[in-house]
Design a binder for this molecule. Structure first.
Ligand SMILES: Cc1cc2nc3c(=O)[nH]c(=O)nc-3n(C[C@H](O)[C@H](O)[C@H](O)COP(=O)(O)OP(=O)(O)OC[C@H]3O[C@@H](n4cnc5c(N)ncnc54)[C@H](O)[C@@H]3O)c2cc1C
Length: 490
C-alpha cells in the first residue's frame, strides 16, 4: 500500500514526486509510456516564462512567477540545463505600447520586479539581429530557457534516489475506492496498485482519469503547436527569447536559442478534435514567415527538424489544482497548459499542501538528498573536435570511453554509459537520445542510431523490451526538402 500514487510522469507528476520525497512517505509514480516526459513535457517551447502574460485572476498567472524563481536553485541541485537569458515581447506599432504597458502592469501584479519597456536603440543593442522596424519591447531580465525533458528526467532520478518508486509502461484504466479508506488502481495489464491518495497529473488524459472516479467537473481539449528546429550553433542568432504580441490562443510565434544552442521557432496554435503530433508543411511555412518579422535574416537552410506539441487546454481555460469534488483524497494537477513547465515547482508545492489539508500526515525526510549529477557534461565547457580529429574519435574501438557514438553531437561512449547506468530503466534508443543528445544533430540519427542500439542491447537483458523504433515513426514530419519545395511554389 502506497501513501500516494501519482498518475503521469510529465513535468508535473515528476515535480510532485520529488517534492513528496522530502517527506517520510511511500510514493509511486505511474506512467503509461516506456519513459518519463513522453507527453507535453517533451515537446514545448522550453521557456521559463517571466510570468507577465497570464492574468492575475487566473491560477496560471499567480503560479508562473512563483515557479520561475525556483529554477536557478533547482538547476544547481539537479543539473538539467537552465539559462537565464531574458525575454522580449516586441512591438512594431506605436499603438502597441499601451498593450506592453498592460502586460508589464499585469506582471507586476503577479509579483515580477524585473520588467522594463525598452526603446528601439536599447533593443538593438541587446539583440543586434532583430527587425530594425521594432519600436518597443517589454523586457523581462529573469526569463530563461531550459532542457524540458532533461528536467523531468532529473526530477524523476532524484525522486527515485530519495525513495519514490517509478512504474513505467503502466497505463491506469480504472480506479475504485475501497472501504472509504484507500484506492485500488488497475492498469491495462490488470496489475493492481493500492494507495491512500491519488494525484491526477495525466496531462491530456486528465479528464479521462478524473472520470475513473466519476468526477466529470471539467474537460480537456487538445491544442497543437508546431515548431522548426535549426542546427546547433544557429542559436547564436538571438540572445533573448523573442516573442511577438500575444493573442487569445497563446503567446504568439517566438524565436529563441535552445539550451543546447539550436534555434527554435514556433509554435502556432490550432484547436484539434484529437491529438495530432504530425507536422504540416503549410503551417511550418506560415510559422517561418511570421518569425521573419522578428528576425529578418533567419535562413531556412539551417532548418533540421520539425515537431509538434499538444497543449492540454481545460474547460476552465486555467490550471485545475484542487481536490476532486467526489473524493478529497483524489487531487488534481491537470489542465496544465503553458506556462506549466515554468509553474511546475510551485504546482508541486501546492499539491503537497492540498494533500496535507486533506489528511496526509507529512513528516520530514531527514535523509532527503537534493543533488543529482548531470548526464551530459557542462555543454558550455565542451571542447568540440574538428576535422580529422572527429574521425579519430569515431574510429576508436567499442569499449573506449572517448569513442564518439554520435558524430554530429560528439557524444562519447562514457556519456551513453552514464545514461544507461541511471535509476530510470532505459529500453529505447530515443530514451538515450533525450539523455545524451545522440541523434539530435544534423544527420538526425542516420549515423548513430545503430551504434546507440549496440550499447542498449548489451545493457538490456530482455531484448524483447527494447524499442528500436525511430521515435514517433508512425508520424509524418515535414522534411527540409519538402518545406523548401513548398516555399518555392507558394
Ligand atoms: C506547444 C506547447 C508549448 C509550450 N511551451 C511552454 C513553455 O515554453 N513554457 C512553459 O512553462 N510551458 C510550456 N508549455 C506547457 C508545458 O509543456 C505543460 O504545461 C507541461 O508539460 C504539462 O506537463 P504535465 O505533466 O501536466 O503533462 P504531460 O507532460 O503531458 O504528462 C502527462 C503524462 O501522463 C501520462 N498519462 C496519461 N494518462 C495516463 C494513464 N491513464 N496512466 C498512466 N499515465 C498516464 C502521459 O503518458 C504523460 O506522460 C507548452 C506546451 C505546449 C504543448
Amino acid at each position: 500500500m502506497f501513501d500516494v500514487a501519482i498518475i503521469g510522469a510529465g513535468v508535473i507528476g515528476a515535480s510532485i514526486a520529488r517534492e513528496l520525497s522530502k517527506y517520510q512517505l511511500s510514493t509511486i509514480l505511474i506512467e503509461a509510456e516506456n519513459d518519463v516526459s513522453m507527453g507535453s513535457s517533451k515537446a514545448n517551447s522550453a521557456i521559463i516564462h517571466g510570468g507577465y502574460a497570464e492574468s492575475h485572476s487566473k491560477v496560471k498567472g499567480r503560479f508562473c512567477y512563483k515557479g520561475r524563481v525556483q529554477f536557478s536553485k533547482l538547476d544547481k541541485e539537479l543539473n538539467f540545463g537552465y539559462k537565464e537569458n531574458g525575454s522580449f515581447v516586441i512591438a512594431f506599432e506605436e499603438e502597441n505600447l499601451p498593450k506592453l504597458e498592460e502586460l508589464k502592469a499585469n506582471g507586476e501584479l503577479n509579483g515580477l520586479t524585473d520588467l522594463s519597456i525598452l526603446t528601439k536603440d536599447e533593443i538593438i543593442k541587446l539583440e543586434p539581429n532583430i527587425n530594425p522596424e521594432v519600436k518597443y519591447a517589454l523586457y523581462c531580465k529573469g526569463a530563461g530557457i531550459c532542457s524540458p525533458y532533461e528536467f523531468v528526467i532529473a526530477l524523476t532520478e532524484n525522486a527515485i534516489h530519495n525513495g519514490v518508486e517509478l512504474k513505467l509502461n503502466t497505463e491506469v484504466t480504472s480506479i475504485k475506492e475501497i472501504d472509504s479508506k484507500y484506492f485500488e488502481i488497475t492498469s491495462k495489464d490488470e496489475n493492481k496498485i493500492y494507495a491512500r491518495y491519488i494525484v491526477n497529473a495525466a496531462g491530456l488524459h486528465g479528464a479521462k482519469v478524473a472520470n475513473m472516479l466519476g468526477d466529470k467537473s471539467f474537460e480537456i481539449y487538445p491544442r497543437s503547436g508546431e515548431y522548426m528546429v535549426f542546427k546547433r550553433g544557429y542559436g547564436e542568432l538571438v540572445k533573448q527569447v523573442i516573442f511577438q504580441m500575444p493573442s487569445k490562443l497563446g503567446k504568439g510565434i517566438l524565436v529563441t536559442p535552445t539550451y543546447h544552442n539550436n534555434l527554435l521557432i514556433g509554435p502556432d496554435a490550432l484547436n484539434e478534435p484529437v491529438v495530432d503530433l504530425n507536422t504540416h508543411v503549410e503551417r511550418l511555412a506560415k510559422i517561418f514567415k511570421l518569425a521573419l518579422n522578428s528576425i529578418p535574416s533567419l535562413d531556412v537552410n539551417n532548418f533540421i527538424r520539425s515537431f509538434s506539441g499538444v497543449r492540454a487546454v481545460s474547460s476552465t481555460d486555467d490550471f485545475i489544482i484542487r481536490a476532486s469534488e467526489v473524493n478529497p483524497r483524489f487531487i488534481f494537477a491537470t489542465g496544465i497548459q503553458s506556462p506549466g513547465l515554468t509553474s511546475s515547482p510551485a504546482i508541486a508545492q501546492e499539491v503537497v499542501c492540498l494533500l496535507k489539508e486533506n489528511g496526509l500526515e507529512l513528516k520530514e525526510n531527514k535523509n532527503f538528498d537534493p543533488y543529482r549529477k548531470p548526464i551530459i557534461p557542462d555543454p558550455s565547457k565542451k571542447v568540440w573536435a574538428e576535422g580529422i580529429e572527429i574521425k579519430k574519435y569515431v574510429d576508436l574501438p567499442k569499449g573506449d570511453p572517448d569513442r564518439f557514438v554520435c558524430r554530429c553531437e560528439q557524444v562519447s561512449e562514457s556519456t551513453i554509459n552514464e545514461a544507461l547506468n541511471r535509476n530510470i530503466p532505459i529500453t529505447s534508443v530515443d530514451a538515450i537520445k533525450r539523455r545524451t543528445r545522440a541523434g539530435m544533430g544534423l544527420c538526425q540519427g542516420t549515423f548513430c542510431r545503430s551504434r546507440v542500439f549496440e550499447y542498449l542491447k548489451d545493457k538490456v537483458q530482455d531484448r524483447a523490451d527494447i524499442n528500436t523504433d525511430i521515435q514517433d515513426k508512425h508520424l509524418s514530419r515535414v522534411s527540409k526538402s519538402e518545406l523548401l519545395n513548398y516555399m518555392k511554389n507558394n
